[in-house]
Design a binder for this molecule. Structure first.
Ligand code: 5GP
Length: 196
């Protein structure tokens, strides 16, 4: 069964989006165990563009309605505390990562859950309050420019100069999950527009 009828009904669109997800023919193979937040998050990101924008936004929101929501909210709430994130451990090489590019200011490494054949994260080594782009101040302009240039270097090294996208998710409404500014460099396949 195609997924279209599921979203054709206005009344259905007002039901719990998680139920829509579980009923979707495209999702019949979902495990019965409670999927992780990351699972729903990536499901949302991969949601076909036939889904109405408001529903896709609902799915993003609905993906954080259980234990993981508490974790995500806690992460967002403590974002300004200066507490370490998983990226600090990666910068410190306390946990391994596949490094693509590194200089004195930035580190670029492959995303653990790639959304494209090339999916590299570019982060400042010194966060300096940049938990998210909305925290940017004039003092950050140099590192912001450096990050963008590093994204271009990554694209060059990865051989995707003619087909790459740079994404910054800002805040829970954009599904930001790590509060250490990072650029996603995505490519290696045809990118779609509008993005999910
Ligand atoms: P955000 O959702 O905040 O925009 O992006 C965070 C990204 O960090 C996600 O794409 C996620 O897959 C990635 N990520 C989370 N933890 C790790 C990790 O331990 N290692 C790597 N390489 N990537 C991670």
């Amino acid at each position: 069964m195609a997924s279209v009828p599921i979203f054709a009904s206005r009344s259905l669109a007002t039901t719990n989006p998680l139920n829509l997800l579980r009923n979707s023919a495209t999702l019949r193979s979902l495990p019965t165990a409670q999927p992780s937040f990351l699972f729903y998050k990536n499901l949302f990101r991969r949601a076909p563009t036939v889904l109405p924008l408001n529903l896709r936004r609902s799915l993003c929101h609905a993906s954080a309605t259980n234990d993981e929501e508490a974790s995500a909210k806690a992460a967002a709430a403590s974002a300004d505390s200066g507490g370490p994130t998983i990226f600090d451990k990666i910068i410190a090489k306390e946990i391994p990562s596949s490094i693509v590019y590194e200089d004195e200011k930035v580190l670029a490494f492959r995303d653990i859950n790639p959304q494209a054949p090339v999916h590299v994260l570019v982060i400042p080594k010194f966060r300096n309050g940049l938990t998210q782009l909305s925290k940017a101040e004039p003092k950050h302009t140099e590192i912001l420019g450096h990050l963008l240039h590093a994204a271009k270097v990554v694209a060059e090294k990865e051989g995707i100069m003619d087909r790459f996208r740079v994404v910054i998710n800002n805040g829970p409404g954009a599904c930001q999950s790590v509060y250490h500014l990072h650029l996603h460099v995505l490519g290696g396949r045809q990118m779609k527009w509008p993005p999910g």
